[in-house]
Write a protein that binds this ligand. Structure first.
Ligand code: PEP
Length: 250
């Protein structure tokens, strides 16, 4: 049985005052739901978030990490330091980092490994561009992304990852994959995990959908048999909307 998980990706948004307001409402709501809730704010808010969610069941996630443990990497943050901040989850492979910051599959693989070695669970994002979908290449692209990161990991490490299918054309665009499109890609991802790992890992691994999830579409998306939760960008900044998405995930 895969427990639903809804993660908020605040991207480069948010503030200390927004954190206070949001958590007031979220703390009240999260107690009433079986859905696991993770919030990934900008790094400077992590320790405040950690203190504020104490005892609420809400978990702390980061949006990025470096693959090295320390050194001359100006502006970067290490996994051990994230761990000290109370981080349990970290997004890797987000298309904004792949495209805007030119992150390669190899770098994403190293980051994922570093997270696993430091007791932080990766939320590994994969997804195709609009051109790749139109040309009918989308399944091969997503399978290749999975293989490049996960193929050499042990079964135990693979089982510690959560996956997020995020078609690039649906991120921040207001265009969502239909529940059928998302469900069918999730089934392909699960099948590939079965080949890279084993049936038990494939059955239990959580696969989130991300890409313009909002209050209108969350229920239908999250009702799909292969969709185990959501990675939510824009709508996670509107607290009432995010609360409703969490309820839809229950
Ligand atoms: C994301 O950034 O992971 C995301 C899914 O964004 P949005 O919900 O705004 O499309």
């Amino acid at each position: 049985m895969r427990a639903p998980l809804v993660a908020a990706n605040w991207k480069m948004n948010g503030s200390f005052s927004m954190l206070d307001k949001m958590l007031d409402i979220l703390r009240k709501n999260s107690g009433n739901t079986a859905c696991r809730v993770v919030i990934c704010p900008p790094h400077v808010l992590l320790t405040s978030l950690k203190k504020a969610v104490e005892g609420s069941g809400i978990e702390v996630g980061a949006q990025n990490v470096h693959s090295e443990l320390s050194g001359a990497f100006t502006g970067e943050t290490s996994a051990p330091l994230l761990k000290e901040c109370g981080v349990k989850w970290c997004i890797v492979g987000h298309s904004e980092r792949r495209i805007l910051f030119k992150e390669s599959d190899e770098f994403i693989r190293s980051k994922t490994e570093t997270l696993l070695r430091n007791g932080i669970r990766p939320i590994l994002c994969v997804g195709e561009s609009l051109e790749q979908r139109i040309s009918g290449n989308h399944e091969d692209v997503v399978v290749a992304q999975l293989r490049k990161v996960l193929a050499d990991f042990t079964t135990e490490d693979q089982s510690r990852c959560v996956l997020a299918y995020e078609p690039i054309w649906a991120i921040g665009t207001g265009k969502t994959a239909t529940p059928e499109q998302a469900n069918s890609m999730h089934a392909i991802i699960r099948k590939e995990i079965g080949s890279l790992s084993n049936t038990k890992v494939a059955t239990n691994i959580q696969i989130l959908y991300g890409g313009s999830v909002n209050v209108e579409n969350a229920e239908n998306l999250l009702a799909q048999s292969e969709i185990d939760g959501a990675l939510v960008g824009g709508a996670s900044l509107k607290i009432e909307d995010f609360s409703q998405i969490i309820t839809a995930g229950t």
